[in-house]
Design a protein around this ligand. Structure first.
Ligand SMILES: Cc1ncc(COP(=O)(O)O)c(C=O)c1O
Length: 347
């Protein structure tokens, strides 16, 4: 099986497993775990923030940011299809008490025309997602993020970056995660996606915000004890897995271009910016679930993504796998076009 459902399916590398076995640990509730402290320090430095907090998941990290930076009854200004809006079971609304104030568009960052959105209407928290999952892993130029961040700051609206895949965004736009996060108050990134660690995200921001975040993590049940066992894999992820993310982007483009050579209606390789490819299966007349089932029967696992089928590239998918998976997609496309073509002479 070639597993393209998500980059979350990655399993720890042998270097990670060794680091986990050898990790020095302590009770992180007492700030006694040296490996967690080392991971938090490394993450804060990398993202250019004063402090960081290791949390069990990206969802919890976003929720903590919504609680700490948001105001109950105030607004959450975000893309209508962002993960925090659609996929986190409404925590920002039901737990943090925010009201949705959503914008749309094909960029992860509002355009200059949209910058007024959400400002001047009372307290608000702005969230930008990098890369943007539902938009097919789209990145954004650092200047666009900075322009929005400055507009947020001028309006007194804190900006949180859901950077679950911010390292992919930085690689794709040839910049640093620090530059992308510069104008945000907080930024979270996931260790457990393309970076390949088994568990965890890190929330980075100013010292006082992270101190408050630590309290909220405790409230949510996310305080951990000898978490150095998993944080050790996160340290290995940061030091060994970032520089190779470009390979995943290349494999994603290769996959897309092999499909487009035969079925240009399914994917335009020009829209593939990072490790996520969304296949437009609508022209086949077959629902995305039928595609996912047919691809799985031929050895390629994918996921229904709204009206599309999603394929995500990661370090356990080789270049040869990408080519093979594209051939399978073409086979399914051909089979479906035969199955749905009206019979000769039919009305
Ligand atoms: C953009 C984005 N943000 C947040 C998350 C949540 O991460 P987790 O699965 O660790 O809760 C995801 C997970 O897929 C994501 O894609």
């Amino acid at each position: 099986m070639i597993d393209l459902r998500s980059d979350t399916v990655t399993t720890p590398t042998s270097a990670m497993r060794r680091a986990m076995a050898d990790a020095e640990v302590g009770d992180d509730g007492y700030r006694d775990d040296p490996t967690v402290l080392a991971l938090e320090a490394a993450a804060a430095e990398r993202l250019g923030k004063a402090a960081a907090l290791y949390v069990p998941s990206g969802t919890m990290s976003n929720l903590i940011a919504a609680i700490v930076l948001g105001t109950p009854g105030g607004r959450l200004v975000a893309h209508k299809d962002s993960h925090i809006v659609l996929s986190e079971r409404g925590g920002a609304f039901s737990v943090a008490g925010l009201e949705p104030d959503l914008w749309s568009g094909v960029s992860p960052v509002p355009t200059v025309d949209d910058v007024g959105v959400g400002f001047g209407k009372g307290p608000a928290l702005a969230v930008v997602e990098l890369t943007h999952n539902a938009l097919g892993g789209r990145a954004a130029p650092p200047e666009a993020v900075a322009a929005y961040g400055r507009a947020c700051a001028a309006a007194g609206v804190p900006l949180h970056i859901d950077g679950a895949r911010i390292f992919n965004a930085a690689v794709a736009t040839d910049t640093t995660v620090e530059a992308l996060a510069e104008t945000a108050v907080t930024v979270t990134f996931c260790l457990s996606k393309g970076l390949g660690a088994p568990i965890g995200s890190v929330l980075c921001g100013p010292v006082e915000v992270i101190e408050e975040a630590r309290e909220r993590r405790k409230m949510l049940g996310g305080g951990m004890r000898q978490a150095g066992v998993i944080a050790a894999a996160g340290l290995v992820a940061l030091s060994t897995m970032v520089d190779r993310l470009g390979d995943d982007h290349e494999n994603a483009r290769l996959f897309a271009s092999h499909i487009a050579a035969e079925h240009p209606e399914v994917i335009d390789p020009a829209v593939v910016e990072t490790n996520i490819v969304r296949l437009n299966v609508a022209p086949s007349g077959m629902p995305p679930a039928a595609w996912v089932a047919a691809l799985a029967r031929l050895g390629v696992r994918t996921k229904v993504h709204g009206t599309h089928v999603r394929a995500v590239f990661h370090h356990q998918v080789s270049r040869a796998d990408a080519v093979q998976a594209a051939a399978v997609v073409c086979t399914v496309a051909r089979n479906f076009s035969t199955a749905t073509r009206p019979a000769r002479g039919a009305a």
